[in-house]
Design a protein around this ligand. Structure first.
Ligand code: VGL
Ligand code: ZN
Length: 204
């Protein structure tokens, strides 16, 4: 069985949002078309408490996009974004969410960030997604959403690690792109065994 995994299509990652992905909203029509082609649709939602440790504002003297060392490794510091219950954390109004059967929230533990839909950034704390997918006999994931170089990339890499066949739909993802990070993300995803496809491959 296959499922569509829609990563973090939220206001804060779209133009005008706190951590905007350039043209992030442009992938929404393709995602809406795609979700009609899947019987199982799963979404993630970045969902941080107000003083989350991934926010630069939680660290004195630090600016967004600087990095710090956390107990679990290097962490990029972000502008405050996707705060629980805020408008920025809502899904973009144009995203069709009625067909989504599961919404995984992530990044809700104050002291640890979570890019991946499967594991938090310590690579250990699980979101429960693997169990859900296995219980529903899903073995293949088609990944879309934001941002290619962070939450999409880590979801894809962890999905492969968890034994799923993972496809990335190239025209339905977009990245933040910090110093070539989108190109690097593609390289890493493909190296790990992800397959690149286009949304046109699914449309009737
Ligand atoms: C994301 C940075 C911080 C993402 C989430 O959705 O790619 N990036 N939080
Ligand atoms: Zn976040």
């Amino acid at each position: 069985m296959k499922a569509l995994l829609i990563v973090d299509v939220q206001n804060d990652f779209c133009p005008g949002g706190a951590l905007e992905v350039p043209n992030g909203d442009q992938i929404i029509p393709a995602i809406n078309q795609l979700s009609k082609q899947f019987d199982i649709v799963v979404q993630t939602q970045d969902w941080h408490p107000k003083e989350h440790s991934s926010f630069a504002s939680s660290h004195q003297g630090k600016e967004p996009f600087e990095t710090i060392e956390m107990p679990y490794g290097e962490q990029v510091l972000w502008p405050n974004h996707c705060v629980q219950g805020s408008r920025g954390a809502d899904f973009h109004a144009d995203l069709e969410t009625n067909r989504s059967q599961l919404i995984i929230r992530k990044g809700f533990r104050k002291d640890i960030d979570s890019y991946s839909a499967f594991f938090e950034n310590d690579d250990e704390t699980t979101t429960g997604l693997t169990g859900y997918l296995r219980e529903r006999d899903i073995d293949t994931l088609y990944t879309v959403g934001l941002a290619t170089d962070f939450c999409v990339k880590w979801s894809v890499i962890d999905g492969i690690k968890e034994g799923f066949n993972v496809f990335v739909i190239e025209d339905a993802v977009k990245g933040i792109d910090i110093e070539g990070s989108v190109d690097k993300a593609w390289q890493e995803m493909l190296e790990k065994g992800a397959q690149k496809v286009l949304s046109a491959d699914f449309l009737p």
